[in-house]
Design a protein around this ligand. Structure first.
Ligand SMILES: Cc1cc2nc3c(=O)[nH]c(=O)nc-3n(C[C@H](O)[C@H](O)[C@H](O)COP(=O)(O)O)c2cc1C
Ligand SMILES: Nc1ncnc2c1ncn2[C@@H]1O[C@H](COP(=O)(O)OP(=O)(O)O)[C@@H](O)[C@H]1O
Length: 299
């Protein structure tokens, strides 16, 4: 798959799905599968750069997957191209008509367009599926509108998943995603205290745009150097150690005994265990973690 960042491309004879795709959940997967079934066409996922998006609209808006995480997820789907299109002033001010003409037709060369029922596009979000259908003859594409997938009696949506993440309902989040919610990044140095109590932890500083579940302890499976380690993860600020720690994601991996600083890790969260608490000392944290570990191993 070729990854294109920006607006400098010209494709032809494509099957394209367009959307924000935050979280790449099971509903999104249906759109992508429709693209994948388009024999004879170049298969494209067109999405918007989520980092500028959060700056343009609402600085507090966090994403389920960062650009990088989303790119890694899409990598193995079997698509030909993934386009991460800038969501800047120009894009925001592009009318629905210009979006169809300049982007869907001229740049993407779409012969087939796959979107969800509530897809909106163009300035003021005035473009919708009816409008896409109306213009399909003029611009020579076939429109495929996919109904929203329902799970547990409700439509799957990025908004619903974000709310569940905020509540810490990781199990339901993972069901709706059809995979595990994860936090990934490079392993950095912490305070070098963990190993002093027999609990070495890998520390990851989450991307500032990343939506995190409530501070607390979670059972996890971490992908590191081609292996998966069951472990236990603390998301939070380590109040026992000091008052002003930055938010971190740290994981004690069961069965690892190596220096892995600077390596890339993907921490897949499996289930919530308990909230983060302030203890009297690091030894007291360790005592509690020994109890948490029993739970984490049972999951
Ligand atoms: C599973 C787990 C649970 C933790 N729970 C807490 C907690 O409830 N409160 C807290 O202050 N720190 C908690 N910590 C953070 C420890 O205090 C931290 O691992 C220790 O400060 C070592 O950090 P370092 O990696 O910077 O050396 C937890 C760490 C782990 C791995
Ligand atoms: N089982 C393990 N789980 C996590 N980290 C481990 C493990 N075994 C060895 N390590 C190494 O030890 C480091 C963590 O030690 P620690 O004392 O917590 O230091 P830091 O505060 O820098 O994270 C990790 O970054 C990793 O390189």
């Amino acid at each position: 798959m070729e990854y294109i960042q920006g607006s400098d491309f010209k494709l032809s004879d494509t099957a394209v799905t367009i959307g924000k795709f935050d979280g790449l959940h099971l509903g999104h997967k249906e759109l992508i599968n429709e693209v994948l079934s388009s024999n004879g066409l170049t298969k494209v996922l067109f999405t918007f750069d989520v980092n500028p998006l959060s700056k343009f609209f609402d600085r507090t808006m966090r994403v389920i997957d960062t650009n990088e995480e989303r790119r890694m997820l899409v990598q193995n789907f079997g698509l030909d191209y993934m386009i991460n299109f800038p969501f800047d002033k120009e894009t925001i001010n592009t009318s629905a008509d210009d979006f169809i003409k300049n982007i869907i037709h001229d740049k993407l060369g779409a012969k087939k367009l796959v979107v969800g029922t509530d897809f909106r596009f163009g300035k003021g979000r005035l473009g919708d599926v009816d409008y896409l259908e109306k213009r399909s003859g003029d611009f020579g594409y076939e429109l495929k509108v996919i109904a929203k997938k329902v799970m547990y009696g409700e439509e799957i949506s990025s908004t619903r998943i974000r709310e569940l993440i905020k509540k810490g309902d990781i199990k339901t989040v993972n069901d709706l995603l059809g995979r595990t919610f994860s936090v990934s990044g490079i392993i950095i140095h912490g305070n070098h205290l963990g190993h002093t109590v027999g609990m070495p932890t890998i520390n990851i500083k989450p991307d500032e745009n990343k939506l995190l579940p409530p501070f607390g302890v979670y059972a996890s499976d971490t992908e590191l150097d081609g292996k998966i380690y069951r472990g236990i993860t603390n998301i939070g600020v380590k109040p026992t150690i000091s008052e002003n720690n930055a938010v971190g994601v740290e994981t004690w991996l069961f069965g690892l005994n190596e220096d892995v600083y600077g390596h890339f890790a993907k921490v897949n969260l499996l289930d919530f265990i308990r909230p983060e608490m302030k203890f009297a000392s690091l030894e007291e944290v360790k005592k509690q973690v020994n109890i948490d570990v029993i739970k984490a191993k049972e999951i």
